[in-house]
Design a protein around this ligand. Structure first.
Ligand code: CDV
Length: 310
């Protein structure tokens, strides 16, 4: 019996700094309904999907920073998304900024969750590879202050039984790091959800700009292929408060092929019929980890080549 899950990626166009969460959730619900109409079992939203991507701006005002974060999930404005998921019987993946007060101390994370068809949260991930810088760089056209506004995630890369298979998550910059996929691959992940906010311009290395979309696809194609899994890359796209974002949301098969890709930089839904057994022929041949991975020799190779020596 084939295991097929219809997966939707709901790209979001720009979100204005002044746009409130209720308005964004309304946009997301419209995409969720479209996903349901196309037979999707799960719909994926981008990183920090509920607001404009505020790490592009410097502020020292604690209350202003906190206002970009969710204290509760679901909260006042996001409850409607959970209610709609339950009503339609569609699961979802959501990236959001999490304010965690549970330890009595304020902790901020760039997080994502998996929600099942009954509207229950079944998995949470907190972004590990935070890009950008901590200090104020007022001379640049925009900043990436993720290192300032978020702590490094403390939940590792986990997997959950969801949507008929084994699901995992990573967030934006994580997708550029092979170890993120491999830790999930070692847990036999079958679908990886990855939301992102990626500017076209890279202030620290403008010569990389022309390759933004190429690198976006390169890392997700290879991550999918080398770990025999589906990857759902879903973007915030378009010009958001003066920052041009690459978009290019796509669904990657375990073959490394792109099977669906957004063609706009606006709110747009793509859907793919994902055969979860497609990964099996790779997992049991080329990428049979137990048979072919030789971790015990890798340290020797690092020593010999001198890579990573301080
Ligand atoms: N939100 C991100 O993690 N963005 C980074 C940018 C800053 C390079 C990315 O890897 O796409």
């Amino acid at each position: 019996m084939s295991r097929t899950t219809i997966i939707a990626a709901a790209q979001l166009g720009p979100i204005a700094r002044s746009e409130n969460r209720a308005s964004v959730v309304k946009r997301m619900i419209a995409l969720m309904r479209e996903a349901k109409a196309m037979g999707a079992e799960v719909v994926a939203y981008p990183e920090a999907a509920l607001t404009a991507f505020f790490p592009h701006w410097w502020t020292e005002d604690e209350a202003e920073i906190d206002a970009w974060f969710e204290r509760d999930m679901p909260g006042k404005d996001t409850a409607a998304l959970f209610d709609e998921a339950r009503r339609l019987g569609v699961g979802f993946h959501l990236g959001y900024c999490e304010l965690d007060l549970s330890s009595g101390k304020k902790r901020r994370f760039n997080s994502s969750i998996l929600v099942d068809k009954q509207g229950a949260i079944i998995g949470k991930y907190r972004k590990i590879h935070l890009p950008g810088h901590f200090e104020h760089r007022p001379g640049t056209p925009f900043q990436n202050l993720e290192k300032r506004y978020f702590e490094v995630g403390d939940l590792g890369f986990g997997v959950w039984r969801a949507y008929g298979g084994v699901a995992g998550m990573m967030i934006c910059n994580d997708r550029r790091w092979p170890e993120a996929y491999r830790v999930l691959g070692l847990q036999a992940v079958e679908m990886i959800f990855c939301g992102y906010n990626t500017p076209v311009h890279h202030p620290a290395a403008p010569d990389h700009d022309r390759l933004g979309q190429f690198h976006n696809e390169l890392c997700m194609q290879s991550g999918a292929y080398q770990n025999s899994c589906w990857v759902i890359g879903v973007a915030k796209a378009g010009v958001e408060e003066g920052v041009d974002m690459i978009g290019g949301s796509a669904i990657f098969a375990p073959t490394g092929e792109i099977v669906a890709r957004c063609s706009s930089i606006e709110d747009e839904l793509i859907v793919a019929r994902c055969d979860l057994d497609l990964g099996r022929s790779y997992r049991e041949t080329t990428f049979d980890f137990a048979k072919h991975r030789r971790v015990e020799t890798y340290g020797m190779i690092v020593e010999r080549t001198g890579r990573n020596t301080p």
